[in-house]
Structures are given as structure tokens and as C-alpha cells.
Design a binder for this molecule. Structure first.
Ligand code: DX5
Ligand code: ZN
Length: 225
């Protein structure tokens, strides 16, 4: 399976975040997924972390690790630059939480940061397809955003395949090589299935960072299926 794996650090012990990041990198991880929640936008109104932690992560992992931030916040259009300035490579904003996607995409790209859009399980692909040619990444949520450890929602398969086909057509027409990412409930038992749907990058939180096994052991189990 050549699908890339990006750990979500949400289920990590935040007092050991640096060690978790090092362990991830030592296990061959080169993409970190940062889940930013503002205590307002997600259904369970939880708070995770902001630009200060993002900056610490960037300083800890160094310049060669790819760091994205998944903004589950109400004011992404006003505050995205705090995350760009904190050193992320890619900003992923929820289409449900922004008013002017075209403007936000060009602002983020204008700052030299890559830009992606993400949609919730109950949002149709048409919400994002018009912007596809301008996106570095599309993220399909396979859980309702708000926390790690939730059950995978297989009903997103159709949506993943719609984006896979649209991106393949875009690339064959010489367009942008937009990446396709999935996020939520990905474990050893379903990772190869979503890889077969044409996903480029899978975000894995509790399936990778848990007290049952090391990150390296979890990665090899995921890749062995
Ligand atoms: C949920 C986050 C996901 C989540 C993934 O709101 O966007 O990134 O942390 O965690 P698992 O893999 O445990 O579902
Ligand atoms: Zn996420």
C-alpha cells in the first residue's frame, strides 16, 4: 500500500508531545496532521490547541517534515494566517465554515502556504468540486469532526470515488495534482480498503497513537494488511 499515513496527535499525551513526534518520525512518518478546534465549531464544542502549539511542533520536527493543520474553527477566514506564520505547510479549511472559498484559497496561496478544503460526512462533493483545480488537497471526513477514536463511516466511499475521478481527470488534463486525504476512524482493518478507493493520504490518530502498541508497531500492522 503506497498510501501515505499522517498521524493526528489528538490522542497523544500532550505532556509527551515532543516524544510522540520523535517516535513518529523514527517510525518513518514524514507528515503530521494537527487538529485545531476552537471550542465552538465542532459539535462537541471542544478545544484542542492553537498557533503556539503548532509553532512548537514545527520547531520540534524541523523543516523537512510536512505539517498540515485541519482548522475546525469558526473564524478560519480571519485567523488562518496565525497558523501559516506558525510554520504549517498546508492549511485545510472546512467548506462549511467559510463564506468566500475562492478568496480564502487565493489569500492562503498568496502567503506561500499550500491550501486544502475539507468536507464533513454529510456535505456533498459539489460544495468543493468548483474549487478543485485551485486546491493542493481535498480532505474527506470519515467521522463527524470533534474527537479521535470514533467509528469509521463507510458511507463516504462514494464521495471519495467522486473526488478520485475528478482529480484523475484534472491531472490527465495537465491540471494540479491535488491530493486526496481521508480522516477519521482509519485503523489496520480498513486502511487498505480506503487505499483501494484511491486515497493518497490517510490521517490516523488513535489507530497509531495508543497505549496498545508503539507507533512503529501500529504502522507495520497497518501496512501488513
Ligand atoms: C477528528 C479529527 C481527526 C481525528 C482522527 O475531528 O479531525 O483527525 O483526530 O482520529 P482517529 O484516527 O482516532 O479517528
Ligand atoms: Zn483531522
Amino acid at each position: 500500500m503506497d498510501m501515505q499515513i499522517a498521524p493526528s496527535i489528538l490522542t497523544a499525551d500532550f505532556t509527551r508531545l515532543g516524544e510522540v513526534l520523535e517516535e513518529s518520525i523514527d517510525a518513518g512518518i514524514d507528515w503530521i496532521h494537527l487538529d485545531v478546534m476552537d471550542g465552538n465549531w465542532v459539535v462537541n464544542e471542544t478545544i484542542t490547541f492553537g498557533p503556539a502549539v503548532v509553532r512548537s511542533v514545527r520547531e520540534r520536527v524541523g523543516p523537512d517534515i510536512f505539517v498540515d493543520c485541519h482548522l475546525m474553527i469558526t473564524n478560519a477566514e480571519r485567523t488562518w494566517k496565525q497558523y501559516a506564520d506558525a510554520g504549517v505547510d498546508l492549511i485545510i479549511a472546512h467548506i462549511e465554515a467559510i463564506n468566500d472559498p475562492a478568496a480564502l484559497i487565493s489569500e492562503i496561496r498568496g502567503s506561500g502556504t499550500m491550501v486544502g478544503l475539507v468536507l464533513n460526512p454529510d456535505t456533498e462533493p459539489d460544495a468543493i468540486l468548483p474549487y478543485l483545480s485551485e486546491l493542493d488537497l481535498v480532505l474527506v471526513m470519515s467521522v463527524v469532526p470533534g474527537k479521535g477514536g470514533q467509528s469509521f463511516m463507510p458511507e463516504v466511499e462514494g464521495k471519495v470515488r467522486v473526488f478520485r475521478a475528478a482529480i484523475d481527470e484534472q491531472i490527465s488534463d495537465g491540471g494540479r495534482k491535488t491530493k486526496l486525504m481521508i480522516d477519521g476512524g482509519i485503523k489496520a482493518h480498513n486502511a487498505s480498503m480506503v487505499a483501494s478507493w484511491g486515497v493518497d493520504v490517510a490521517v490516523i490518530g488513535s489507530g497509531l497513537i495508543n497505549d496498545k502498541a508503539s507507533i512503529a508497531e501500529n504502522i507495520s500492522e497497518i501496512r501488513s494488511k
